[in-house]
Design a protein around this ligand. Sequence first.
Ligand SMILES: Nc1ncnc2c1ncn2[C@@H]1O[C@H](COP(=O)(O)OP(=O)(O)OP(=O)(O)O)[C@@H](O)[C@H]1O
Ligand SMILES: [Mg+2]
Length: 473
Amino acid sequence: MASKSRWANDDPETEAIIAQQKREKEEKRRAKAEKQRKLDEASKARQARQDANNAQGPNGESGPPTKRRRISNDQEAGSSDAEVVRVGQKQKRSSLLRFPVGVWGPCRHVDNFERLNHIEEGSYGWVSRAKDISTGEVVALKKLKLDNAPDGFPVTGLREIQTLMEARHANVVYLREVVMGNKLDDVFLVMDFLEHDLKALLDEMREPFLPSEIKTVLLQVVGGLEFLHSQWIMHRDLKTSNLLMNNRGEIKIADFGMARYYGDPPPKLTQLVVTLWYRAPELLLGADKYGTEIDMWSIGCIFGELLTKEPLLQGKNEVDQVSKIFALTGPPNSQTWPGFRSLPNAKSLRLPSTSAASSAGNPPLLPRSRFPYLTNSGLGLLSGLLALNPSSRPTAQQCLAHPYFLEDPRPKPKEMFPTFPSKAGMERKRRHHTPEAPKRGQEAPELDFAGVFGGAPGGDTGEAGAGFTLRLG
Ligand SMILES: Nc1ncnc2c1ncn2[C@@H]1O[C@H](COP(=O)(O)OP(=O)(O)OP(=O)(O)O)[C@@H](O)[C@H]1O
Ligand SMILES: [Mg+2]
């Protein structure tokens, strides 16, 4: 017999109340279970969304902040990046060092290109004009010379690719892709093709560029350089043969064979950089700590070359180069270049005792007679770029803002530039009569500068220009 609670009551009303209470209790339990189930589901969905975000990378839809890995340095793709700040038409990034981490994929084979004609063999590559078979587009193909790399891909070749890939700017040659041949060291850079380099063009022209054209050329070169420096890239081989021009008057900086990232403070760097005629005096005097000022010196040499159509400082060797520089600028002294004496090769330098007299202004103005058609403002800019003391040279940014570019005649619009027949587009070019770029990875030779002012040792070896004696005043 079933026992009954002592509270039990046969009263049907009480029984109904108890049943009601049971139902309510059951209801509550079910509601609680349901709530828990919903919470579990929501948490699972959140986890799934997070996983999807991580798999998609930084450009996925906005979710809770996760640890992100940058998978592309492409400026367009990275436009949501807070570190990218638009400055005028350009994008200027924060000064953090960045390395391209592109999406890995197989390189195409060079067979995808049909070689049209050889353009030039330089120190670091063979350059040809070629056609992309799939699109019909004409490109420039540079086969890298990787011969001095017995064990693996040389770091210098990697630098050329890396800096060029990072340097996306209207005034820097556009690297489209890297393609491979059959062997591991058959590496080709595929670049936009430009009809001219400035050296070949100046050699062909009967008259130098007009002042308005020189300004347009310089503004573009220095604009590209300002971008490189803002990205912590030094070019280290600026010269007219490394400046390309197309038939729309556009200039692009090319040949990143010597380019490299630098830091602040600058690391110890090789001195053997920059083709001799465009090499800054601090490099010639053996500085192993140098900065973007070496590129500004080269810009000064290029400016002079654009004015006269001839390379400005054509030394036969390092010692002769220093002689030629001092003949143009006047020798250094402790006011115009404090501390130059502590540079390794300056110890052997014997300067005329009257050298202090040559410094009129700081930096001193170059002799007007050498540049008779240049305005005072232009001469001021050129003298600044060719200041012996690196810290007296304007930065690329300061150069762009120089009054020379604002005075008449104004820079000629690019579209109004004359067009010229393209040698690169049609036939093998003759070699430029300029010294070669320094060999990568070599040590700078020890130099004796005792002969710079006409002394015997280390000076010129008997050819024209030997026994240079500086004439002052
Ligand atoms: N994109 C291009 N379009 C057209 N011509 C080009 C292009 N790139 C290079 N050239 C031509 O090829 C020449 C050599 O190219 P580049 O300077 O890149 O090679 P390099 O071996 O490093 O040369 P060098 O050591 O002589 O400076 C240039 O001076 C130019 O005439
Ligand atoms: Mg070159």
